[in-house]
Structure formats: C-alpha cells, structure tokens
Write a protein that binds this ligand. Structure first.
Ligand code: AMP
Ligand code: MG
Length: 404
C-alpha cells in the first residue's frame, strides 16, 4: 500500500504531455498553449484617438477657453492621409481613428461646443490626453502568452488581434473507459434481479470531457479472462485507459492480472485512502492505466484526486491540483488514524471564512451525498477525528454553487 501523497507523486512522475498540434483559434478556447508566443507587431499598431472629439495641439490653449479652425474629419477606418493639425487648427476625429500628424492631444466632444467649422474648446488640454500610443498595450517582440497558459476569451482576443489564426496547443488525450462486471447492463436496458446499470462509464466519460480530454467508451468486460483480454487490449490503444471495478480482492477481480498478462507494469496497488483504497495504477509503455474501484463514489473520488491531475498534466497544465483552503467544521467527524479520509462537505461563507458540515451519510455506498457535496475535505492519515470548531483542509468539488 502507498500513501495518498506517494500515489499522487508516482502518477505525476509517470505521465507527460501527449503531444502538440496547431488548431484554429476557436478550437483553441480552453486549451493550453504549447509554445511561448511573442507579439508580431505593436498593439496598437498606430497612434489613435481614445475619444470622439477633436485632434488638437495642446500649445494652442493659451490661458484656457479657445477657438480652433476645424480643417478636416477622420472617422474610424479612414487613414487620415495628408491631414495635419496646424497651429490654431483642429481635426474632428472618432474613437479608434488614427491621430493626424501635428496633434498631441484629443479633446472629447463633450468638452467643446461640437462645432463643425470652428470649435470652442471649453476645458484645459493636457499634452498626450486621449491618445492611445502605438505599442502602449504590447510592443512587438514581447512575450505575450507563456507556454502552459490556458486560453480564455482574453487570450483569444489578443491572438486574433495579432492575426494568429492557428495556435499551437497541447493535444487532448484520448481516454478509453472500460467497466467490468457480470452484473452490469447498459443504459436503456432495465436491470433485472442482481443487475445494475453501468453508470460509472457515463460519469467517467463526463469527468474526462470536463478535464478537456476525449472519452472513448469501450463498454463492459465480463468477469472472465477472455472478455477482459479483448476489452483491455482495445482500451490500451487510447492515450489513457481507465477501468472501473474488478480491482479489489474478490474472486472475479481480474483486471490487474489480465493487465499484467498484456504487458503492463504496475506502479502501485492500494492507496491509504477511504473511500477508494483498491486503486491500481500501471503503465503500458507510456500509456497510463488507472484501475478504479467500482463503487460509484470510489470511482468518482479516485478520478477526482488521481486521474484528473494526470489528465491535466498530459495536456500541459502546470497547476493540476485544486487549491486547498481551510474550513471550520460545524460538526464533528469520526475517523480512525491510518488512512487519508475524503469527506464530502457542504459549505457556508461567513465573515470571510468557510464553515463546513458533512454533506450527508459518508458511507461509500451512498451516492446521494456526492450530489450534495460542494467540497471535499482531505483528513490526513494521522488524524483521529474532528471536533466542532476544528479546521480541516478542503477543495471544491467542481464549481462551488450556492444552492439549498
Ligand atoms: P467490484 O469492484 O467489482 O467489487 O464492484 C464494487 C461495487 O461497485 C459493486 O457494488 C458493483 O456492483 C459496483 N459497480 C461496479 N461497476 C459498476 C459500474 N460500472 N457502474 C455502477 N456501479 C458499479
Ligand atoms: Mg465486479
């Protein structure tokens, strides 16, 4: 058995990015940049007006309110070619239009009488005011997007501003999902006596998608060697293989043996956590194989704590663990020392602190408590129980949503 921390370390040491590709800008949304990107040109590319108003020479203001002769108009999109602001003159200009030669300030229309032939400037003019200077946002050659950054709408906007239609990003790993067990029937069938619906495959596929990877549903391996051989072989063609169930010490738990027969090397089996203890992780060449315990709560918790970080790392993400924060418990929790306990919590924010209570029955077989959990606390192995007022460390489970 390895500890929770050892298991994570071993996993993250044994996975690496699956490769890179160039995708269109819209496809790049939510992906991670695979290269340092530098600005091909200045942003903005030319000086332009930040306001609708008049391009002027600030030296013309003398002691204050003054009149200027309007010698032209520059709208956004026009080049303002040949227009120069001479002494005593102004050019009417719109936001985003290039500022003409000779001017050193823009007076907003609100600070004038809006004149067309002659304009009355009614407010003081500071040199440089309301002019966006070439390169003030980003200068050519500057590193504007660091390798490993996740692409959000602001990154898309700047990439588009630089004309970058194709973006180098890390590839999304394909993740084979295989459930095992003779008791399983697929969604759409009505479970008979002794049968349950293969729900793990569906929640795992959703979790994989949520991590940005691509699920490939392999189906069900029955509890015999031949079926396991066939389905595991198929699953090993993906970048990652996740199996559910058949990894404990039961008579029908064949996953580890058949994986070994197929040439995988086990990195560990059994972790000091509850729920999720029977987790096994192996490598087939460089393909990681996560064999998750079959109980839906254990399947989802081991995915969250061990598979999710690996899938993020395989897509070039640096920050693969959800941040932990302190939660003051409003209820006591019983625990035996020895294993890390994963406790499903409901949270409340009061006076800048998080307060927590158990999200419900914490037994592994109770799925409903997962639906009610907003966060999970990780109680250290040596912890021997939590009293009211004790602080525990927790992380959100998905996005925190305030709801009854
Ligand atoms: P096992 O690891 O095969 O002993 O399974 C542990 C528990 O998880 C049993 O109660 C199974 O019925 C349940 N289980 C196994 N596979 C699935 C699955 N694909 N979907 C939902 N529950 C499952
Ligand atoms: Mg089974």
């Amino acid at each position: 058995m390895v500890s929770f921390e050892e298991a994570r370390t071993i996993i993250l040491e044994n996975v690496c990015a699956v490769g890179t590709e160039r995708v269109s800008l819209l496809e790049a949304a939510g992906r991670i940049v695979a290269d340092d990107l530098t600005a091909p040109w200045d942003l903005p590319l030319w000086n332009n007006s930040a306001m609708d108003g008049y391009a002027v020479r600030s030296a013309d203001q003398g002691d204050g309110v003054h009149r200027l002769t309007v010698t032209g108009v520059i709208n956004a999109g026009s080049r303002g070619e040949g227009l120069t602001v001479g002494p005593g003159c102004a050019v009417r200009i719109m936001t985003g239009a290039p500022t003409p030669a000779g001017c050193d300030a823009v007076v907003p229309v609100e600070e004038t009488d809006n004149g067309t032939q002659v304009v009355l400037v009614q407010a003081p003019v500071k040199p440089g005011q309301h002019i966006r200077v070439r390169g003030e946002d980003v200068t050519a050659g500057t590193l504007f997007l660091r390798k490993g950054t996740r692409i959000r709408p602001p990154e898309i906007n700047m990439l588009a501003g630089f004309g970058m239609a194709l973006v180098p990003v890390y590839r999304r790993p394909t993740v084979a999902i295989l459930s095992t067990g003779d008791e399983l029937v697929e969604l759409g069938q009505t479970p008979g006596a002794g049968e349950i619906i293969n729900s793990n495959t569906l929640s795992l596929a959703a979790s994989v998608t949520e991590c940005g990877a691509i699920p490939r549903i392999i189906g069900i391996a029955r509890d015999n060697r031949e079926s396991h051989l066939e389905k595991l072989r198929e699953g090993l063609r993906a970048d990652v293989l996740i199996t559910s169930a058949g990894v404990s010490a039961g008579d029908c738990d064949l996953v580890r043996d058949v994986l070994a027969e197929l040439g995988t090397t086990q990195l560990f089996w059994k972790v000091g956590i509850k729920p999720g203890g029977p987790l096994a992780v192996a490598l087939h060449g460089t393909t990681p194989v996560f064999s998750l315990p079959g109980n839906p709560v254990s399947t989802m918790m081991t995915f969250e704590e061990f598979v999710r970080p690996a899938l993020l790392r395989m897509q070039g993400e640096q920050q693969v663990l959800r941040p932990l924060f302190p939660v003051v418990m409003q209820e006591s929790l019983s625990k035996k020392p020895g294993k890390v306990q994963i406790v499903r919590l409901r949270l409340e924010r009061q006076g800048g602190r998080w307060y927590g209570r158990s999200a419900g029955n914490q037994q592994t077989a109770i799925l409903k408590t997962m639906l009610d959990a907003q966060a999970v606390a990780l109680l250290p192995a040596e912890n021997s129980g939590v009293a009211v007022g004790d602080e525990v460390m927790a992380h959100f489970y998905g996005n925190y949503i305030e709801r009854e």
